[in-house]
Design a protein around this ligand. Structure first.
Ligand code: ADP
Length: 221
């Protein structure tokens, strides 16, 4: 599998575990897809019945498992090579991808843009970084009045949220592969983000106040 090699190159610490995880992720997907198919069939047959809700929940839980596996495997995909990336366009496009999800979650997603910064790199990977950071911010929201701002100034992108924040012990560990505080977390999001940003010559930093919120800063210049 080419995917294994890619994975181990990206996350060189713990590479053995990452390879194992990728194998499992890949292999588990096929039986899951068939279960999903039969569930859908059953749901159709039992439409309107008293147990339909169970089937709906099962389907959406399988979709969630599938999403987790996709996250693992997406870092296995080889990079598409290098291109001129216009940071403002990239941030704008990513914002559009996330806007619907923000609405659905009742989170206010703000955008502040400064045009003009370009860099050599891989747009797909850089988008993945931003999407990861904002999805983490979604997960950090507690209750109402959730707010996330994406700000681009020069070669610096900040993702700021008013979510649960992190204590210093937690902050020390979030870039470790497999560190997660979420029931369905992978703990791979941030280590992969940092790898991608550093492979573009940038840095990924975090500041956070428990109970107040968190700011992740991607700095290319
Ligand atoms: P995962 O999201 O699968 O847990 P990550 O590597 O993306 O993996 O994140 C690791 C941990 O960092 C999360 O489980 C969470 O505890 C913490 N974290 C990341 N982003 C935020 C944020 N915006 N606010 C609070 N905690 C966060």
């Amino acid at each position: 599998y080419q995917e294994w090699e890619q994975l181990s190159r990206r996350v060189d610490a713990h590479s053995h575990y990452v390879q194992m995880a990728a194998t499992i992720a890949h292999e588990v997907r096929n039986p899951m897809t068939s279960v999903r198919g039969f569930l859908q069939l059953l749901a159709k047959k039992m439409e309107g019945g008293e147990h339909q809700m169970y089937l709906d929940v099962m389907q959406s839980e399988i979709d969630r498992m599938n999403a987790i596996l996709s996250e693992y495997l997406s870092m296995a995909r080889p990079a598409q090579g290098s291109e001129q990336v216009d940071l403002a366009s990239l941030v704008r496009e990513t914002f559009l991808v996330l806007e619907g999800e923000a609405n659905y979650r009742g989170v206010q997603l703000g955008l502040e843009l400064e045009e003009g910064y370009r860099l050599e790199g891989n747009a797909r990977e850089l988008k993945q970084v931003l999407i990861n950071l904002v999805r983490n911010a979604f997960d950090a929201m507690n209750g109402t009045d959730g707010k996330i701002d994406i700000r681009l100034h020069g070669g610096v992108i900040a993702v700021a949220d008013n979510g649960c924040g992190m204590n210093p012990e937690q902050m020390e560990r979030i870039f470790e592969p497999f560190f997660t505080t979420k029931a369905a977390g992978t703990g791979l999001g941030l280590p992969v983000c940092r790898k991608i940003v550093e492979s573009h010559g940038g840095t990924l930093e975090v500041t956070s106040v428990p109970g107040r919120g968190t700011v992740f800063t991607v700095r290319f210049a």
